[in-house]
Design a protein around this ligand. Structure first.
Ligand SMILES: *Cc1c(COP(=O)(O)O)cnc(C)c1O
Length: 394
């Protein structure tokens, strides 16, 4: 049975998706489109992917019953501990999978774009693991702001190339990566979220689906039922949410909540709440919802968390929003900071700032004591310590 949440053969989820790319890149994208499902479903890939996830990444990640958080909010709350993965977040699930796909396609050179540097580090990590050449494009401004991740990438053997155009941030790094890809079509473009031209969104969703695959058996073990009542995940491009939702998309009794970053407030002019502020348009090769001005130029988003500071959402999420299959909520910088301190104090877990946005909607929900809620704890907060310390609560 084919789910309506799977893209069609042209990579569309309803009206969203597709591959809006320069003609020169068409053969690359077509090569991937012709092969990715067959590769992912092959026994050889599955054996290698699962074995690396187990012994290199440290999966399965625990599903932890957060007793004190549950008491505080009057619900039954579990945390899916993606923060315990090697490199500290869910991103490595995707980079491990894509590096294996690149190898099967005979590619030896990898390019990637990165904002905060988390995806760049996850990509440089798997390139080191496989001995492949790695070039990461990063905005000049982000290179300064995210110096520790730049150092990590370099230590891992990657070349970091500064994008010096436009606002010198993620969207410019992406433009630079695409430009390089056109000039060097033999490279494999390892995209970091469920964004980009088809088939990238679906490929990344399938690679992150391991999150909800594990949730099913872990919940069954702990509660006797595979399905929770509610799943909450933060959304930048949407890959950790796609992974946490994936195996529940057709189970309409499971409420899916996607949390965007509201920055200083949805209507403050300094926000990244794409579904609330965006309109249909094309960004990074796919048709989706994005923040744009009346000329169709991308509006610079803002969030305290670099990982959510993206002006679009992936086409699957645009479709989940339009069809109302997922509920879209948002949290401001301050609400996220409060939630991060709260989780740290009552559960002893320092979450990533991105993840803190997912936690921050708990006080806004009407929860019931026996309601089983799973929050996807997408990453750990070490990288955000400086921000946390600058906003230290007393
Ligand atoms: C990158 C990142 C995100 C946002 O990316 P998605 O593709 O929306 O998942 C969320 N959480 C953490 C910890 C991240 O590193």
């Amino acid at each position: 049975m084919k789910s309506k949440f799977q893209p069609d053969k042209n990579g569309y989820y309803g009206q969203f998706g597709g591959a809006f790319i320069p003609e020169l890149l068409h053969p690359n994208v077509q090569e991937l489109a012709d092969n990715y499902i067959q590769i992912i479903e092959s026994e050889a890939f599955q054996t290698e992917y699962k074995s690396l996830l187990k012994d290199y990444v440290g999966r399965p990640t625990p599903l932890y019953f957060a007793k004190r958080l549950s008491e505080k909010y009057g619900a039954t709350i579990y945390l899916k501990r993606e923060d315990l993965n090697h490199t500290g977040a869910h991103k490595v699930n995707n980079t491990i999978g894509q590096i294996l796909i690149a190898q099967k396609l005979g590619k030896t050179k990898i390019i990637a774009e990165t904002g905060a540097g988390q995806h760049g580090v996850a990509t440089a990590t798997v390139c080191a693991l496989m001995g492949l050449d790695c070039t990461v494009f990063m905005g000049e401004k982000d290179i300064v702001r995210q110096a520790p991740n730049v150092a990590r990438m370099k230590m891992l053997g990657a070349k970091v190339v500064a994008a010096t155009s436009g606002s010198k941030t993620l969207k410019d790094a992406t433009n630079e990566a695409i430009r390089y890809w056109i000039q060097h079509p033999e490279t494999f473009y390892l995209i970091g979220s469920v964004v980009g031209p088809a088939p990238h969104p679906d490929m990344v969703a399938r690679l992150q689906a391991i999150i909800s695959e594990e949730m099913k058996w872990q919940l069954k073990e702990k509660t006797g039922k595979e399905n929770p009542d509610t799943i909450i995940a933060c959304v930048g491009g949407g890959s950790n949410a796609a992974g946490a939702f994936y195996n529940y998309l057709d189970d309409e009794d499971v409420e899916l909540i996607a949390v965007e970053a509201a920055g200083l407030g949805v209507n403050s002019g300094e926000s990244a709440a794409t579904s609330q502020l965006g309109e249909v348009g094309v960004i990074h090769g796919s048709k989706t919802i994005l923040m744009q001005d009346t000329y169709g130029q991308i509006v610079e988003p803002y969030s305290i968390s670099a990982g959510l500071d993206y002006p679009g959402v992936g086409p699957l999420h645009a479709f989940l929003y339009e069809t109302k299959r997922a509920k879209f909520m948002n949290a401001t910088d301050n609400e996220a900071l409060v939630a991060a301190y709260e989780l740290t104090k009552i559960e002893g877990i320092i979450p990533a700032l991105e993840t803190a946005h997912a936690l921050a909607v708990l006080p806004k929900m009407q929860l019931k004591k026996d309601q089983v809620v799973v929050i996807n704890l997408s990453g750990r907060g070490d990288k955000d310590l400086e921000t946390y310390i600058n906003h230290l609560e007393d």
